[in-house]
Design a protein around this ligand. Structure first.
Ligand SMILES: Cc1cc2nc3c(=O)[nH]c(=O)nc-3n(C[C@H](O)[C@H](O)[C@H](O)COP(=O)(O)O)c2cc1C
Length: 353
């Protein structure tokens, strides 16, 4: 059974939900490790005050018994603590009583760079909030919880995945301070590295099997990410073949790793290196020009509590996305209804290599 992830949840709704199916039975999960990743996602210089309201913690509703997976769908929940301020505005049911709290008035001022305008046009909403609540990156929290589960599966076969922000743009504290002072925002770049990846995850057989294509899809699916590079990426275009390709030692390792550990859509046994870059965040405290959808008149865009930079968080979200995709590829390659079967298949494969 393939490893799959489905999620639901709005930014200020009651909770974020994920269902992870296809996990082998017998995998031990550590609640502390999942919560530690959730906390990492909330950190970073330049985050909004929302992060002080939320203290994300995972709840497990199904698929786990006494800390070990059952081989059945794993249901994860991360509650939105801020929902208590939105119980009228974001009530799943028609709310009773007088409007109170936040989200009671329709938003009609779409932000350039956000999902607001195209979202209301596409779905026929007259309140931008109906689009922005799901478009928001808040639900990356539950992706990070699922990524932590994927990392536990990968650890069983010796694969470790770590993401970090590149210290420039939105990860530079002086640049963040300056942008905050100007009521502006920043973007930035995160790099994710995975060690212990055996050769042969992914395949050249079909384009949808290619590990590079799958990682690009996973990373491009993160809000605000506008470019993905595998290994030296775009820089390779300016090199000669003699400088670009990773020559092979007799023990089948490489003399360099420009390819970032992927050739022919498969892992090649070297460290996997992928990076992704996010554009500057669209919500500016000094708003950009827009239109009031209620009147058709020129207006300033919505100003809502927002990060100045989220690149440190991006690093954690990207790490989770890469971990989930690697776990999916590993599950495909090694199968196994139980963790023991999965690990044994991995061991037998390495012995054959
Ligand atoms: C971890 C993370 C945090 C984000 N925080 C914010 C934020 O506080 N304010 C904002 O305007 N955009 C934020 N974004 C980006 C928006 O969600 C994103 O730009 C928007 O959904 C439009 O999608 P697009 O940029 O892919 O076109 C964040 C993105 C990520 C990955």
């Amino acid at each position: 059974m393939s490893l799959e992830l489905a999620t639901a949840g709005e930014s200020h709704g009651p909770a974020l939900v994920a269902i992870v199916s296809g996990l082998p039975a017998g995998l031990t999960l550590d609640r502390e490790a999942i919560d530690a990743d959730l906390r990492r996602r909330q950190q970073g210089y330049g985050r909004s005050p929302r992060q002080q309201i939320e203290t994300d913690e995972v709840e497990v509703l199904a698929g786990l018994r006494q800390g070990r997976t059952l081989g059945t769908p794993l249901a994860l929940v991360v509650r939105n603590r801020d929902h208590k301020n939105w119980t009228w505005g974001m009530n799943p049911w028609p709310p009773e009583g007088e409007p109170q709290g936040k989200g009671t008035k329709p938003v009609t001022l779409p932000r350039p760079g956000h999902a607001d305008l195209a979202g209301v046009q596409k779905y026929g909403h007259d309140d931008v909030r109906n689009a922005l609540e799901r478009a928001s990156a808040r639900h990356t929290a539950v992706h990070v919880a699922a990524g932590a589960v994927a990392k536990a599966l990968l650890a069983a076969i010796g694969i470790a995945v770590v993401g970090e922000a590149i210290p420039e743009h939105g990860a530079d504290t002086a640049a963040v301070d300056a942008a905050r002072k100007d009521r502006d925002t920043l973007g930035g770049t995160a790099v994710v590295r995975a060690t212990g990846v055996p050769p042969g995850l992914g395949s050249y057989a079909r384009k949808e099997d290619r590990l590079d294509a799958r990682l690009a899809f996973a990373l491009m699916g993160i809000q605000a990410v506008k470019s993905v590079e595998i290994g030296d990426g775009k820089e390779l275009a300016s090199l000669r073949g003699s400088a670009a390709h990773d020559e092979i030692n007799t023990d089948k390792t490489r003399m360099s790793n420009h390819a970032g550990g992927i050739e022919g859509g498969m892992s090649n046994g070297e460290e996997l290196v992928v990076s992704c870059s996010m554009k500057p965040l669209p919500t500016l405290m000094k708003p950009l020009r827009s239109v009031d959808l209620a009147t058709g008149e020129p207006a300033e865009a919505l100003v809502e509590r927002s990060d100045v930079s989220a690149v440190e968080a991006l690093a954690v979200v990207a790490e989770s996305a890469v971990a989930f995709e690697l776990a999916r590829a590993a599950k495909e390659k090694f199968g196994g209804d139980s963790l023991d079967d999965f690990v044994a298949a991995h061991r037998a494969y390495l012995a054959r290599l």
